[in-house]
Design a protein around this ligand. Structure first.
Ligand code: SF4
Ligand code: SF4
Length: 138
């Protein structure tokens, strides 16, 4: 995807409102690679194994974060938000600029419907959007 010729060449707006909707609600997958697991373990001062097996679980693409019975991410706390924000996985950092969300204007419009911070606020450049999308293969 070339940022200069992309339909969003002029950039897209996004400023997170901290609503927490993307960390709660319907089940989904948040994949963690080995480096991310190690960083989270260091941050929480727990063994990596605990991150893999207690906070995470095996899925088809590797280790994914567990969810609580109410659908919240295991690292989401009401009133606090993400308790590992500084070391959250790349997939969380790059939202909402995932390939599927920026494929075309209608995919982006759907993203804006589910994420109140999308389509409003700071203008993110096309180059930055493509960089984030390349980092995340969901
Ligand atoms: S849904 Fe969007 S606005 Fe709400 S916390 Fe997630 S990224 Fe931020
Ligand atoms: S790790 Fe943090 S940012 Fe990512 S889904 Fe969980 S609570 Fe949200």
């Amino acid at each position: 995807m070339d940022p200069k010729s992309a339909w969003f060449a002029g950039g897209l707006q996004f400023s997170c409102t901290q609503c927490g909707d993307c960390c709660t609600g319907d089940p989904g997958y948040v994949w963690m690679n080995d480096q991310e697991i190690a960083e989270i373990a260091r941050f929480l001062n727990v063994p990596e194994r605990e991150v893999r097996e207690y906070y995470g679980k095996k899925g088809v693409k590797g280790i994914t974060l567990r969810e609580k019975s109410n659908g919240e991410c295991v690292f989401f706390e009401k009133g606090k938000g993400c308790i590992i924000y500084e070391v959250r996985p790349t997939q969380c950092r790059t939202w909402p600029f995932w390939e599927g969300n920026i494929r075309n204007p209608s995919a982006w419009a759907k993203t804006c419907e589910i994420c109140p911070g999308s389509g409003t606020g700071a203008l993110i450049s096309a180059e930055e959007i493509v960089t984030r999308a390349r980092l995340t293969k969901v």
